[in-house]
Ligand binder design. Structure first.
Ligand code: KG4
Ligand code: ZN
Length: 338
């Protein structure tokens, strides 16, 4: 079956377009919006305006880099949700209009399922069933993957996502948004000597809001004695915050792996780029006999190639976007990818 797909991702602050031939990535162009750094977080209005400015150029660049003409395309894919509604609308409307103009099908994709399916862009995808810890700025989930079109959420966060824990913790340290990559870098030279609490949440669920509060209290207490406490201890604070988040994440992955008797373990999403998490899961995996799958960095953070991977499986199964469908900021998870 011919499957040359242009995919578009615009759910948050990255405008991205990719061309996939089957599961082979021919191009994957990402334009990141630096503008939000100075506001300490993504400003939805600004994000949608930036998407409108960049989307045309990003799509053109993806076509050009892959040597693809519009008439070569068999389908157009885009993220339908979850995400920021204004941002989703830009990508969705662009994709729908182009699909209509070219008279090819439109494939709508769930952003979190696409993060998981980024693994199918690698040479050796995980054997099924496998567990995928999906950790991003908006989600934290342990997912059991039966096949690319059938997944089950075993646990998720009850409040903040793991990425938010990095970003909010970083904000308290005076780091600019997104703080995750900066904390990752600083933590490599720090000692995780500050102890922070682990939440006591049943089942396979997570909670990170208590960690943020505990971190705030720790900083307040220390700053009362030493106004330069953060500057003088920045690397150790980053290492401590990162270690706590990683330990909390992996405790539940170990539990899930035991309960479900699964030894194929993957991670996905922006936080999957974290060096501490990658090292820790590799070392735990080695001691527990897991086969661990780490996506390459470009496929961890938001990118259109992963949307193309999900679209490939839907195209193969003949599942397309209904003509009445709209982007949905809170698009619910469907166990079957439909
Ligand atoms: O998947 P993603 O690009 O966008 C969402 O779907 O949310 O994830 C973005 C999140 C942000 O919270 C960012 O701080 C975090 O991923 N992140 C990291 C790293 N790179 C990105 N967190 C920790 N360490 C990193 N190296
Ligand atoms: Zn994402």
């Amino acid at each position: 079956m011919k499957s040359k797909i242009l995919s578009i991702e615009s759910s948050c602050d990255d405008t991205s377009a990719a061309i996939l031939d089957g599961l082979v990535v021919k191009s994957n162009v990402v334009s990141s919006q630096e503008v939000h750094g100075k506001y300490g977080g993504v400003v939805p209005e600004v994000a949608s305006r930036e998407h409108s400015i960049h989307i045309g150029h990003v799509v053109e660049a993806a076509l050009e880099k892959s040597g693809t003409r519009l008439r070569d395309l068999d389908a157009i894919a885009c993220t339908r949700g979850p995400g920021l509604l204004g941002s989703l609308l830009v990508g969705f409307t662009f994709a729908r209009s182009l699909a209509y103009a070219l008279q090819v099908p439109l494939i709508d994709v769930h952003h979190m399922q696409a993060h998981v399916l980024a693994h199918y862009l690698e040479k050796v995808p995980p054997s099924t069933p496998y567990l995928c810890l999906t950790v991003s700025g908006g989600h934290t989930q342990i997912i059991k993957v039966y096949n690319p079109l059938k997944m089950e959420i075993l646990g998720s966060t009850r409040d903040d996502a793991a990425g938010e824990a990095f970003d909010k913790g970083g904000k308290l340290l005076g780091l600019s948004y997104p703080a995750g990559p900066t904390i990752d870098k600083l933590a490599t030279e720090g000692n995780p000597r500050f102890s922070l609490p682990h939440p006591d949440i049943p089942d396979l669920d997570y909670s990170f809001s208590g960690l943020k509060t505990a971190f705030l209290y720790l900083l307040r207490k220390q700053l009362a004695n030493d106004p330069n406490f953060i500057t003088n201890n920045l690397k150790d604070l980053c290492a401590s915050l990162q270690k706590t988040i990683v330990d909390v994440l992996l405790d539940k992955v170990i539990k899930a792996a035991k309960e479900h008797h699964i030894q194929h373990i993957a991670i996905a999403g922006g936080v999957a780029a974290n060096g501490g998490l990658r090292r820790a899961i590799s070392s735990i995996g080695e001691s527990l006999g897991w086969t661990v799958h780490l996506p390459r960095m470009a496929y961890c953070t938001d990118n259109a190639a992963m949307i193309g991977a999900a679209a490939y499986f839907k195209h193969k199964a003949g599942i397309y976007c209904p003509s009445t469908a709209k982007p949905d900021a809170r698009l619910v998870w469907n166990p079957e990818i439909k």
